[in-house]
Design a protein around this ligand. Structure first.
Ligand code: 2P0
Length: 328
């Protein structure tokens, strides 16, 4: 099934909707998964093998403004700079807009991103979520959050989780068309929960997460145990959130991230996003815990760690270099 068929299911006939004559703007935060999305059951529709659960980072995200382009081409401006039409970024976004274009309409897209580009935070998550929200306003589709989560997923899987603040669960779903694969926010809030970015390297990724997850699914023996691990971790994480049990949350998130990286290490050819500095940073976290500090990490498809903690002051002393982010 093609993406365009899903778009038709959700929106219907695109030419029924006229673009706004005024610019439409929307904001979406980026998110960090505490139980990860790793592996697709359908690559075209970005349908995941398992559900996942994230926390949004309120003020790290993308604000996207759409207006009608005066030339026969999409124009993307990212943080004030024109994105070259030959770049893969331009191509990926234009292909996404193709799904929604009525009658050869081209768009001016102005994106202001507060996501630190090199920090290994997902810019595609907030990017496609903000784009789906802005398109909904621009064409007055008046879609539900569930429907918008599905449209954001067609751009990037993790974008399905970026429409809300706080904790968000993306349900894997079982349907072939993915109409039951969307995210929803959890009711629980946890304002004391802190996240810190621990940069160890600004180097470019050697392999995209999209390719790495596919390679893992195709070649890793360990991947066979991943769905079970996720099921268990999701249950535990939800319990930890409900009970505000920080150590249970931290342990579950750290263990889930390490298990995800173990599946990659056991792929062939093997994939590792760790640098020597990443391992050193992990050891510092483990030493801090041995010294009695409640701190845990999670790691995505990059060498940097994200620390999870409650006690800000202690963390500042132990890890003075981290950039703190309040998710709420
Ligand atoms: C996550 N990651 O749950 C996991 C953990 C990376 C590691 O979602 O192919 O950019 O666009 O669906 O969403 C990164 O994958 O992949 C990701 P596509 P996406 O946050």
């Amino acid at each position: 099934m093609k993406k365009s068929a899903i778009v038709e299911k959700i929106i219907g006939n695109l030419s029924q909707y006229s673009p706004s004559q005024n610019p439409a703007t929307a904001y979406a935060p980026t998110n960090i998964a505490l139980v990860k999305y790793w592996g697709k059951r359908n690559q075209e529709l970005n349908l995941p093998v398992t559900s996942s659960l994230s926390i949004s980072l309120a003020d790290k995200g993308a604000e996207t403004t759409l207006s009608i382009s005066s030339i026969k081409q999409d124009v993307f401006i990212l943080n004030g700079k024109l994105v070259p039409a030959t770049s893969s970024f331009h191509r990926r976004l234009s292909l996404y807009l193709d799904l929604f274009r009525p009658n050869n309409l081209f768009l001016d897209v102005n994106i202001v991103s507060t996501v630190p580009i090199a920090a290994g935070l997902a810019s595609s998550a907030c990017g496609f979520a903000a784009m789906a929200l802005a398109l909904d306003k621009f064409f007055s589709w008046q879609l539900s959050s569930q429907q918008l989560s599905i449209l954001a997923r067609l751009g990037s899987g993790s974008a399905s989780r970026s429409l809300w603040s706080g904790f968000v669960e993306w349900h894997a779903g079982v349907r072939e068309d993915g109409m039951d694969s969307y995210a929803e926010p959890l009711h629980e809030k946890w304002p004391e929960l802190g996240v810190g970015l621990m940069m160890v390297s600004e180097s470019e990724k050697s392999i995209s997460s999209r390719e790495a997850m596919q390679l893992t699914i195709e070649t890793s023996e360990l991947y066979k145990s991943w769905p079970q691990k996720v099921e268990h971790d999701l249950k535990t994480l939800k319990q930890a959130i409900q009970e505000k049990n920080f150590d249970l949350l931290g342990k579950t998130a750290e263990s889930n991230a390490l298990a995800m990286h173990a599946t990659m290490l056991s792929a062939w050819p093997p994939v590792s996003y760790c640098f020597p500095e990443t391992i050193a940073a992990m050891r510092r976290v483990w030493q801090a815990r041995a010294d009695g500090l409640s701190v845990y990490f999670t790691q995505d498809a990059g060498p940097n760690l994200k620390l999870l903690f409650i006690d800000q002051d202690a963390i500042r002393q132990y890890f003075p270099e981290i950039e703190e982010i309040r998710p709420w």
